[in-house]
Design a protein around this ligand. Structure first.
Ligand SMILES: C[S@@+](CC[C@H](N)C(=O)[O-])C[C@H]1O[C@@H](n2cnc3c(N)ncnc32)[C@H](O)[C@@H]1O
Length: 363
């Protein structure tokens, strides 16, 4: 730690005072009940210490294609080593680490996937998501510099649109595919919490390749649907159900299309600064008729009660993007109220690490 603290130490709670005392730790080893608690805390601390190594083991398994390979059937260490050009002794260590992560197990001479390892290979977009963390981990390689605020980050380069930059076709394709593949779970959790059956026309702003609208189309065949996103993104979308119309434009520079009585922003706000979000919400308010429904769905901060997933992973990820922010329900609500929206509700999320839904109305 460099630099002096300017305030004298403040009083601490008694449990913290105990945990700060080396004498207490020596004593705890001799008292069975306290020992159990102290050891559980010790294990939790060790898990914190080794977290990065766990993630890198997972990254190696994904990038070497080992989990995908084992999804085809069991293999020997020798074959896996040969296939991936990893020396045999190092492959053995990697597979044992994967066993400790409960992703694989060895029976006789053959490595098999566990049910968790098998589930990993079929969750849409999960392997791609792990792979693209290369940029995030590069940014976090110097965590002190990262928290002090670097000039540039690799992750910002992965998502060029966040600065309003024009994007090329390969970039549009790369990040839209990543988002579309992870959209399945987001759409499922969003549609479990929002009922569009009273609506006639939904406009999905920043809708990427239309994965969310395709899920809505399957659920509500009579609903008119409009996909709005940057030109390069809508142009590279795969063929979509007939009820979806594509409109190209930028929510920074263009008005949003009129005519829809509901508007969704799925995983859009957290990419952008408060100023950009305020502008976007003002445009959404303009585009909706009286009574119009706004749906926001993305992982949200726990606010005063930080959430174990969103206040670590998403808060730091969006900070690494340099323009984004993982906001709490209260923070988004303040921005919504400033834009004129009322009747703001946010049901408890089923899986906060997948998404949280917030709805509001224009009246
Ligand atoms: C994180 S992705 C989410 C995509 C999709 N809603 C989903 O959840 O899979 C954000 C989307 O916002 C779009 N976007 C970013 N800036 C935009 C802008 N200025 N105007 C329109 N769309 C924009 C991106 O192209 C991208 O498709």
């Amino acid at each position: 730690m460099d630099g002096p603290f300017t305030t004298p130490p403040r009083p601490q709670g008694w449990l913290v005072r105990l945990a700060l005392s080396p004498r207490f730790h020596r004593l705890a080893e001799r008292l069975p009940l306290v020992r159990r608690f102290a050891r559980a805390e010790g294990e939790a601390l060790f898990d914190l210490v080794q977290g990065f190594v766990r993630s890198q083991v997972l990254m190696a398994l994904v990038n070497l294609g080992l989990l995908a390979r084992l999804a085809r059937g069991p293999e020997t260490t020798e074959d896996l080593a040969l296939l991936t050009r990893v020396p045999l002794n190092r492959m053995e260590i990697l597979l044992k680490a994967a066993t400790a992560l409960k992703l694989v197990r060895k029976r006789g001479t053959l490595w098999h996937l566990t049910p968790r390892g098998a589930a990993f290979t079929v969750v849409p977009g999960l392997a791609e998501m792990v792979s693209h963390h290369r940029a995030l981990y590069a940014d976090l390689a110097d965590p002190v510099g990262f928290f002090r605020g670097p000039e540039t980050t690799q992750l910002a380069g992965f998502w060029p649109y966040v600065f309003g930059a024009g994007i090329g076709d390969p970039e549009a394709h790369r990040f839209s595919r990543l988002m579309a593949e992870s959209q399945t779970l987001v759409a499922r959790d969003t549609l479990a919490q929002v009922d569009f059956s009273g609506q006639s026309h939904l406009l999905d702003v920043g809708g990427g390749h239309g994965a969310f609208l395709s899920a809505v189309a399957a659920r509500h065949p009579g609903l008119r649907l409009t996909l709005f996103d940057l030109g390069q993104v809508v142009d590279s979308a795969p063929p979509l159900p007939a009820q979806i119309t594509k409109v190209a434009g930028s929510f920074r520079d263009d008005s949003l299309p009129l005519g829809a009585d509901s508007l969704s922003l799925i995983r859009v706000l957290y990419d952008h600064s408060d100023a950009t979000v305020a502008g976007l919400l003002a445009r959404a308010f303009e585009a909706l008729p009286k009574g119009g429904l706004l749906v926001i769905s993305e992982p949200m901060s726990g606010g005063d009660q930080p959430d174990p997933a969103t206040d670590i992973y998403f808060a730091i990820y969006t900070m690494a993007m340099q323009t984004g922010r993982t906001r709490s329900v209260a923070e988004i609500s303040t921005l919504l109220q400033a834009a004129g929206f009322v009747q703001i509700t946010s049901p408890a999320p089923a899986r906060p690490y997948v998404t949280r839904v917030l709805t509001a109305r224009k009246i």
